[in-house]
Design a protein around this ligand. Structure first.
Ligand code: AMP
Length: 285
């Protein structure tokens, strides 16, 4: 496994690989890897001849009061996990390489970035699309693998790829969970023992909504959300940020269950000071 720090060197390597007609599958990450990330790497192996994983804690996607400075890191452990998966290249640039002092260019997808995550984190998606665009220009992948765990990120990046005509096929991989249902996340490491127990409320809320929706009862979205809020309010450390049902394709918020045949339920909830997100896709027969 090769560890590449310089973007120029990474670009030179992929140029040669592409001349040899190698298919490159790319997995962008912020490191502190867990089974969720590794599932993306395994998916990338199915598509590419060469797998490139980037590890870069992208400063532009963090708001000023967010956790950039304490975001967990363990580069050596990440490398041993990736070597185990037989990853070909780890791209591990410095912030100064990606964003030199005179850096001025930002990519912005409109509309779908101002709701949900974008409402609470107004500069987040601009940072995400900017780094993904830069990384795509460095790694030049034919395939890029992202997790459904970050559902809105998937929608925003898909739109950017479509609008900017990137020749990259996006592969979306399902959410990997702990045994109890908690979606794996590098941020779970912030949770105390009590908070870890409380954090199951995100999964339980999604499960509750899924079973109510599938039961075909004549219950309104308003009522479902209120019932969920009542359950969340009973959990000591939990404070709901948002809980919304949107149409999977349009990302338009639903007020009526009958208005969509593929519903995406999105939740963001603080557990203590840690903000966690999760989602379920519900196909209506
Ligand atoms: P991050 O390191 O948090 O930026 O995540 C890097 C990639 O891993 C993103 O595409 C995430 O959606 C994906 N990812 C994070 N957690 C999970 C999970 N539990 N299951 C599947 N994919 C995940």
């Amino acid at each position: 496994m090769n560890i590449i720090k310089s973007s120029k060197e990474m670009q030179n390597i992929v140029t040669i690989l592409r001349e040899k007609a190698k298919k490159i599958a790319f997995v962008p990450t912020m490191g502190y890897l867990h089974e969720g990330h590794l599932s993306l790497v395994r998916k990338a192996k199915e598509y590419g001849d060469i797998v490139v994983v980037s590890i870069f804690v992208n400063p532009t996607q963090f708001g000023i009061n967010e956790d950039l400075n304490r975001y967990p890191k363990d580069f050596d452990k990440d490398c041993s996990l990736l070597a185990n998966e037989k990853v070909d290249y780890v791209f591990y640039p410095d912030a100064e390489d990606i964003y030199p002092k005179n850096y001025l260019t930002y990519i912005n997808v409109n509309k779908i970035t101002s709701i949900l995550e974008g409402k609470t984190r107004p500069t987040h998606f601009q940072g995400v699309t900017t780094i993904v665009a830069i990384l795509f220009n460095i790694v030049k992948p034919q395939y890029a693998v992202f997790g459904q765990k970050d559902a809105q990120q998937v929608a925003v990046i898909s739109k950017m790829v479509e609008d900017l005509k990137y020749e990259v096929e996006l592969i979306i991989s399902p959410t990997i969970r702990e045994k109890d249902g908690l979606a794996m996340s590098s941020r779970n490491t912030y949770l105390s023992v009590e908070e870890k127990k409380d954090s199951i409320i995100l999964y339980n809320t999604l499960k509750y909504l899924e079973s109510e929706i599938n039961s075909n009862k004549l219950i309104s979205i308003k009522e479902l959300i209120q019932n969920s809020i009542n359950k969340i309010n009973k959990v000591n450390t939990a404070k709901l940020d948002y809980l919304k049902l949107v149409d999977f394709n349009s990302f338009e918020e639903l007020t009526n269950l009958q208005d969509s045949n593929k519903i995406l339920i999105l939740i963001a909830c603080y557990i203590g000071k840690t903000r966690l997100i999760d989602n379920f896709i519900i196909n209506i027969d």
